[in-house]
Design a protein around this ligand. Structure first.
Ligand SMILES: Cc1cc2nc3c(=O)[nH]c(=O)nc-3n(C[C@H](O)[C@H](O)[C@H](O)COP(=O)(O)O)c2cc1C
Length: 374
């Protein structure tokens, strides 16, 4: 070698860079618009409690963490919530049903989040003309009731749990309370029941079909954020920390994975195996139904979903939506009749007693990136 010093310096640099990436990916930096910053509320000309309510709303779950919402400020106490057409999943959610469910969850968090800020938020749905993309008009007023601190805690800690869950049965009282968050719309199927067994098998098979569809994997690829730098920059999508991976696996992904890895055979196979394991390790499945498949019903389903999830969080029940069964044929067309449910199935949730307290790690965009001022 002509210049051994340069070679050594290069090796030291590469080892240092890899070590730094390992260190960064091993730590989980939570990028979320909470606690809210006064400067941000001021820059949007919003009163601090309204800005805080919108920040809490954005902690809602959304399909692939696309956060498909946009907020237009009308006045200091009125906003319009819209569907953001740049944040959709064309191959996985062509009818935009899951996007509307996600916005429904945002609205439920907005109402509850406003309550924690001493406000009441009145929602008027505007889903009649889907071309207009307006979903709801929201008016804020001072609230008569005192805020419940437990509500804020649940909004802040709610998360999607993707690890193993015990098969221990949920206490009957817990099932009743959770079903009671939207009576007659939720049904619980224990994992050992004939329906629970059908759901488990259907989840495994629908995952396999989705993994074989290139367009669906491309949807997934465009919302996966492997590196900490991308997570900080985009503040959306699915992250290794959100997938519940341990530090070493997160660091490995940050170093060696990119968008292309997602459409590779190894990633597809690993995803199928993981989904089968998840479907097989839980107490059972909660299924949410609506009278029909309209955008309005999907928004209501999102509100039901979030009300359920916050109650589950407060009661130590871990939740993971598993949607491939509602996205792939023939399961999406058969699920309602197979489970004896009338109307449209909107969500299938895998649940179980949470092995650890919930910790929200998935990122959310800043207020300024989804709120437009006049
Ligand atoms: C309509 C909808 C469908 C979802 N489907 C799935 C799913 O199939 N698998 C999954 O692991 N998570 C699913 N999720 C959860 C989201 O990925 C999750 O909410 C998002 O990544 C943000 O993470 P968080 O819930 O931990 O805040 C779904 C969420 C919604 C609202």
């Amino acid at each position: 070698m002509k210049n051994p010093g340069a070679g050594i310096a290069l090796v030291v640099f590469l080892v240092g860079a890899a070590g730094f990436t390992f260190f960064r990916a091993g730590r989980v930096e939570v990028v979320r618009p909470w606690p809210p910053r006064q400067k941000e509320a001021d820059s949007l000309s919003l009163p601090a409690p309204v800005a805080a309510s919108l920040a809490l709303a954005s902690l809602a779950p959304s399909t692939h963490n696309t956060q498909p919402w946009k907020v237009r400020v009308i006045s200091k106490d009125e906003v319009v919530v819209l569907l953001d057409e740049t944040r959709l999943l064309p191959a996985v959610d062509p009818d935009r049903r899951e996007a509307f469910v996600s916005i429904g969850a945002f609205l439920e968090n907005l109402v509850r989040g406003a309550g924690t800020q001493g406000l009441s938020a009145e929602i008027e749905l505007k889903t009649e003309d889907p071309a207009k993309l307006e979903v709801a008009r929201v008016k804020f007023e001072p609230a008569a009731e005192r805020p419940d601190p437990k509500e804020l805690e649940a909004i802040l800690s709610r998360n999607t749990f993707r690890g193993d869950l015990p098969s221990t049965a949920l206490p009957g009282e817990t099932v009743q309370i959770l079903e009671g968050t939207a009576p007659s719309r939720w049904t619980f199927f224990p994992s050992g029941s004939p329906e629970g067994t059908w759901i488990r098998e259907a989840l495994g098979e629908s995952n396999r079909v989705q993994a074989s569809r290139n367009e669906a994997m491309e949807d997934l690829a465009s919302w996966i954020r492997f590196s900490p730098r991308k997570v900080e920059h985009k503040r959306d999508g699915l992250t290794p920390a959100g997938m519940g991976l341990p530090p070493f696996a997160r660091a490995f992904m940050a170093l060696f994975f990119n968008e292309k890895s997602v459409t590779g055979q190894a990633f597809r196979e690993a995803g199928i195996k993981k989904a089968q394991k998840q479907a097989g390790s839980c107490s059972g499945f909660f299924v949410l139904a609506s009278p029909d498949g309209s955008p309005r019903s999907a928004v209501q389903a999102g509100r039901d979903l979030e009300a359920f999830w916050l109650e589950a969080t407060a009661r130590g029940v871990a939740v993971q939506p598993m949607s491939q069964v509602l996205e792939e044929s023939p399961w999406k067309d058969r699920i309602a009749s197979r489970l004896g449910i009338g109307g449209t199935v909107q969500m299938v949730l895998r649940v179980g007693l949470a092995p650890t307290p919930p910790r929200a790690v998935s990122p959310r965009r800043s207020l300024g990136s989804f709120v437009e001022t006049p």
